[in-house]
Design a protein around this ligand. Structure first.
Ligand SMILES: *Cc1c(COP(=O)(O)O)cnc(C)c1O
Length: 377
């Protein structure tokens, strides 16, 4: 089955009992057992719920994995995956990782002595150099947020194998439509499904897919033990989102390319970060390991004042955190999504106060371009 077909026919897509073509919302916590210890596959909804299970099977299919798991948020998914590790283990992580993941490692999991080193994973040598005796995992984002740096998935998989490490990939920006990290040798792929997978700014959720049966058992044990599960209603919303993921991503990317062209010709825009640009350092690599460049653009307008002007004047780009929705969203990472990263570290990474991040939606692109044009004027 090809990706577009999988989004409609992958996993469990209908209700066997009634023939309902959309999996019903099983709003239920517990299940009648036919005898003591004799249940019909479900006993308690933290452990398993038919609606959540249907979602978990379709995301596993989309990522070409062994099993999928749904969580109450992207951060719940990431935290649960980190719980595969023990205290005094060490993780090598992408340096411009999502702000919440940075906060989780430096303010929460550090208290449990889970060690980390942040490196520029787009350079494999720095990854090798950061590996210690107690390193157990490499955790990457590609493309990254907000600078859209690209990390070589196959090189990371080779390093991970050599040192017997787990390779964990946050695939939120690329989506399973454009990029399947498990096919490039990753062990675990995860998503903030709040973004493109949900796609309509109406649900907070996280998804994890693993490559092996062994990891599936371990993640299920943690999901059930820790209990950060996704509810049935939100699981259903994600399945609904997945059905149009391919169409949305195609429309979003077509719009994005036109907006990038417009920004390239604008004199107030000094720098554009988009992997689809030949001038982008990761362009060739992105072309090799993903089938699309996505819908995120970051660009520098030179100053905090100019950035604030643009954000204040746009009509169709909604000033909001988050990304990956049908509506276009705009933000200043330094003041919003990346505010939890200390200022000197932000400067180090290149996240300036004049950097604007746009998540392109599916509106008419001419309206979006006109909107940016008047805001920049
Ligand atoms: C939003 C986001 C997260 C966190 O997900 P939530 O659903 O907000 O908890 C993790 N990684 C990336 C890349 C994100 O964009």
């Amino acid at each position: 089955m090809r990706a577009k077909t999988k989004m409609i026919h992958g996993g469990i897509t209908n209700d066997e009992k009634t023939g309902a073509v959309s999996v019903p919302i099983y709003q239920v916590s517990t299940y009648k057992q036919d005898g003591v210890g004799n249940h019909r596959g479900y006993e308690y909804s933290r452990t398993g719920n038919p609606t959540r299970h249907a979602l978990e099977t379709v995301i596993a299919d989309l990522e070409n994995g062994e099993a999928g798991f749904a969580f109450g948020s992207g951060m719940a998914a990431i935290t649960s995956v980190m719980m595969l590790l023990n205290s005094h283990d060490h993780v090598v992580m992408t340096d411009d990782v999502y702000g919440g993941s940075y906060r989780l490692m430096t303010k929460v999991l550090n208290r449990y002595h889970l060690d980390h080193t942040f490196v520029d994973t787009s350079n494999p040598e720095t990854v090798e150099a950061a590996i210690q005796e107690n390193t157990k995992a490499i955790y990457i984002e590609t493309p990254t947020n907000p600078l859209l740096k690209i990390t070589d998935l196959e090189k990371m998989a080779t390093i991970a194998k050599q040192h017997d490490l787990l390779l964990i990939v946050d695939n939120t920006f690329a989506t399973p439509y454009w990029q399947q990290p498990l096919d490039h040798g990753a062990d675990i792929v995860l998503h903030s499904a709040t973004k493109y997978i949900g796609g309509h700014s109406d649900v907070v959720s996280g998804l994890v897919v693993v490559k092996s049966k062994e990891l599936a058992e371990k993640v299920h044990f943690i999901q059930n033990s820790v209990g950060a599960v996704l509810g049935p209603q939100d699981s259903w919303l994600l399945m609904r989102g997945i059905k149009t993921l391919a169409l949305r991503m195609e429309a979003i990317e077509a719009n994005t390319k036109k907006i990038v062209e417009f920004l390239q010709g604008h004199k107030k825009v000094s720098k554009i970060y988009y992997p689809g640009l030949e001038s982008h350092a990761g362009h060739e690599l992105a072309k090799r390991q993903a089938s699309g460049f996505g819908g995120m653009i970051s660009f520098d307008v030179g100053s905090e004042e100019m950035a604030e002007q643009v954000l204040g004047k746009v009509n169709y780009f909604i000033l909001a955190e988050s990304l990956g929705a049908v509506e276009s969203l705009i933000s200043v990472p330094a003041k919003m999504t990346h505010a939890s990263i200390p200022e000197d570290r932000r400067k180090e990474l290149g996240i300036t106060d004049g950097l604007i991040r746009v998540s392109v939606g599916i509106e008419d692109v001419d309206d979006l371009i006109e909107d940016l044009e008047q805001a920049l004027r």
